[in-house]
Design a protein around this ligand. Structure first.
Ligand code: MUC
Ligand code: MG
Length: 367
């Protein structure tokens, strides 16, 4: 089965509640829907969420690189020749979410052709994941109220708290308010998106440890090489690399250099093929992983959940799978849901999702 065309459709859907964090903020999901078509009539889909503050991609760069470079290079290749596909994609540096979406759309096609869900193709560990919710910047009482609402509505009890603001006290007060509002059963962890220095992070960690946080992610920049190593040695909890470890080489360097002791895996940037390589690398090196969120909509969330549920080590911790709840609308014909703090992967061939043509017409930006 051969690839005949790759489409990149830019679309925009506003958030009902913007997400703010130390490296940026997102008010509208300005993503790119990627569709790979084949000579046997099967079509695979995936989502590319451009994140200029993390990878330098934009909606225009994603559509441009797919239309001008990737589609012509991949046309005619066998859908199952993944190594060949990646060899062609890798001729171009960067562009992680554009490459990842093509990779995941190809797995969607493979699953449809074999009549197997992507989760079963990848590993078949489970059909579901526990869900963690990411809380963006706001005041302590508002963040505590939001977490309580999410817990009461969806049964979610694990929260990733965005930190990295100054004064540091503000974020410490948020974490205290969350612990008071949610009690000891809730799991809390923090993500600084490089907002603090190593010494600010160390001081914060002393207090956060008393609140029982379970992970600390990118509190200071990995490029502050010695400061970061110093901090990670002192961290009372696993220290997660997210935006500083997005390729197998970066993962190796951060684990060997002591810049991290755990890794965030995001299918939005490494697809299924690259994410599986990183996951196996982490298993081999003895580093924990967490399934991260690239501020995904429903399609991106299905991809993260499908990958996480497929693997024992990727579903040990709750995955960050709920921020689509803050979108005003979405593209799937059958919306996904979080119930009792759990997301179940569609049990259908491939990714098991379909795009609603009317919704795509309403939100696409290329007409
Ligand atoms: C996260 O885990 O950091 C915010 C920036 C980004 O690249 O991803 C989100 C969530
Ligand atoms: Mg992060």
């Amino acid at each position: 089965m051969k690839i005949t065309a790759i489409e990149a459709v830019p679309y925009a859907i506003p958030y009902t509640k913007p997400l703010r964090f130390a490296s940026g903020e997102v008010h509208t999901a300005e993503h790119v829907l990627v569709r790979v078509r084949t000579d046997e009539g099967l079509t695979g889909v995936a989502d590319a969420p451009p994140r200029p503050f993390t990878y330098g991609e934009t909606q225009a760069s994603v559509t441009g690189v797919i239309e001008k470079i990737f589609a012509p290079q991949l046309r005619g290749l066998d859908v199952f020749a993944r190594e060949r596909v990646h060899a062609r994609l890798d001729r171009t540096v960067g562009n992680p979410t554009a490459k990842a979406a093509i990779d995941m759309a190809l797995w969607d096609i493979a699953g449809q052709a074999l009549r197997l869900s992507v989760t079963r193709l990848l590993g078949g560990w489970s059909d579901r994941m526990r869900v963690a919710h990411m809380l963006g910047f706001d005041t302590p009482p508002r963040m505590a109220a939001e977490a309580a609402r999410i817990r009461d509505t969806y049964g979610i009890t694990t929260f990733k708290v965005k930190v990295g603001r100054r004064p540091v006290r503000l974020d410490l007060d948020v974490c205290k308010a969350l612990r008071e509002a949610l009690g000891t059963e809730a799991e809390l962890y923090v993500d600084g998106n490089r907002g603090w220095t190593a010494s600010e992070s160390a001081a914060a960690l002393r207090e956060l440890d008393g609140l029982g946080i379970t992970l600390a992610e990118e509190l200071c920049p990995a490029d502050d090489v010695l400061g970061r190593r110093w901090l990670v040695r002192r961290s009372p909890v696993p220290f997660v690399a997210d935006e500083s470890a997005t390729t197998p080489a970066e993962v190796t360097r951060s684990l060997l250099d002591g810049a991290a002791t755990a890794i965030s895996i995001k299918t939005a940037r490494t697809g299924f093929t690259g994410s599986q390589r990183i996951l196996h690398q982490c298993e081999g090196m003895g580093a924990e992983v967490v399934m991260g969120n690239q501020i995904d909509g429903q399609l991106g969330t299905v991809c993260s959940a499908a990958f996480g549920a497929a693997h024992a080590s990727a579903s040990r911790r709750a995955g960050e799978l709920s921020n689509f709840l803050d979108l005003s609308d979405d593209l799937l014909t059958e919306p996904i849901t979080v119930t009792d703090g759990t997301l179940t992967v569609p049990d259908r061939p491939g990714l098991g999702v379909a795009i609603d043509p009317e919704k795509l017409d309403r939100y696409r930006q290329d007409r």
